[in-house]
Design a protein around this ligand. Structure first.
Ligand SMILES: [Zn+2]
Length: 390
């Protein structure tokens, strides 16, 4: 079985323990002080456990945290753009001793892992905000989450007893080892990863298919961890993808799976982060759109492209594919981008997210040049249920 690309750092990490060792760890964990992690940190624990965050083997200590915040590198020199940390309140930290073990549980109290607590350290939230998010504004959802979290970071290796339980999207919950096996089974040597937290429209389909013209396979990898309240729920997004795949994609060239990560909205730094995670899932290429992982007006349109220049290509391993926004052009009579269409904006069918929401609320379908009918109908259904909050 060949491998598409080695994991970041060379080896796919697996922090889950099995068999007798797992039983022993579970018993020991019952007697340890336990921390209840918020959903964001549980998402991080899952990606540590399944190797999505290779080469990390636990929550960052200061030796990695500082260079990641300052210069997007781990202590080893490997590129890494977003801190992966476990924050607790001073109160919680007081009860814990460096050199001891701590059980890590989810909000429901299920013990998932044991951490060897190597260190507790203070950190400067404003510095992290400035460097990672490029703003100290607490209106930024990623910065707000950072300011809300505890004032002390706990660093140390983790061993995972159980990956977080999920009852949603069971067929789509592939781990990095499983996507890699699926790629190998299909004989793919090159695979492009597509990150999204939005419903799929013609523009996304066009970009995915442009990429699919030059690589063997496509991993559609919607993010289903915590997102902003006003993002469209993952379940609805998944249904949109499913009808689109059924009708318009060659079955043997696409895999749909979900990424359990939480969104940070860190724009350019998160684009690097998303690319490295997809490398761990076995992708050789990664689509970086305009304003990737951005929010509001915090980032320039192409900041998420420019940031890749800060690394030598062989340091990242995975190759970014940069795309501009796509649209339907009436003169070209096809999908296009500003890179391929010379016509003016009056010829282009483009709609803002806000405009689409307004149409859906009026029970009006967006035009077929913007959204496939099957997809638009699912969105229409969602927009007119009680869960609709906008
Ligand atoms: Zn045109």
């Amino acid at each position: 079985m060949h491998e598409t690309i080695p994991a970041h750092g060379g080896e796919l990490i697996d922090l889950t323990v099995r068999g007798d060792e797992r039983e022993a760890l579970r018993e020991r964990a019952a007697g340890l002080p336990a921390l209840r992690l918020n959903p964001r940190t549980v998402s991080d624990l899952e990606l540590l456990g399944n190797g999505g965050f290779s080469p990390l083997k636990g929550f960052m200590g200061r030796v990695d945290y500082d260079p990641v915040v300052e210069s997007m590198r781990l202590a080893s020199g490997l590129p890494w753009s977003i801190p992966v940390t476990l924050a607790v309140s001073r109160e919680e930290a007081k009860g814990l001793r460096e050199g001891s073990e701590v059980a890590l549980a989810d909000e429901a109290g299920n013990v998932l892992a044991v951490m060897a607590l190597a260190e507790q350290f203070d950190y400067d939230k404003r510095r992290e905000a400035r460097n990672v998010y490029r703003t100290e504004d607490e209106a930024h959802p990623g910065v707000a989450a950072l300011y809300r979290q505890g004032d002390v970071l706990l660093g140390g290796g983790v061993r995972v007893i159980d990956l977080p339980p999920h009852d949603d999207f069971p067929p789509y919950r592939l781990t990095p080892a499983q996507t890699r096996a699926a790629f190998a089974e299909r004989g793919w040597r090159t695979v492009v990863g597509f990150q999204t937290r939005n419903p799929v429209h013609r523009a996304h389909e066009y970009i995915q298919k442009c990429a699919l013209e030059v690589v063997d396979g496509l991993l559609l990898h919607p993010l289903v961890g915590e997102t902003k309240e006003d993002d469209i729920p993952a379940e609805t997004r998944l249904r949109c993808y499913q009808v689109l795949l059924d009708g318009y994609y060659p079955k043997d060239r696409v895999i749909l799976s979900v990424l359990p990560a939480a969104m940070r909205y860190a724009g350019p730094r998160e684009a690097i982060f998303h690319a490295l995670i997809r490398k761990n899932y076995g992708c050789t290429h990664f689509i970086v759109g305009r304003d990737h992982a951005g929010v509001g007006k915090y980032y320039g349109t192409f900041d998420a492209h420019v940031i890749f220049r800060e690394f030598a290509p062989d340091e990242l391993g995975i190759s970014p594919l940069f795309f501009d926004h796509a649209f339907y052009c009436r003169r070209c009579q096809s999908m296009a981008t500003t890179k391929t269409c010379p016509h003016g904006p009056e010829e282009r069918v483009t709609l803002s997210g806000t405009r689409v929401r307004e149409m859906l609320q009026r029970i009006e379908l967006p035009p077929p040049e913007y959204s496939r009918r099957e997809v638009a109908e699912i969105l229409l259904q969602w927009a007119n249920t009680d869960q609709y909050r906008i």
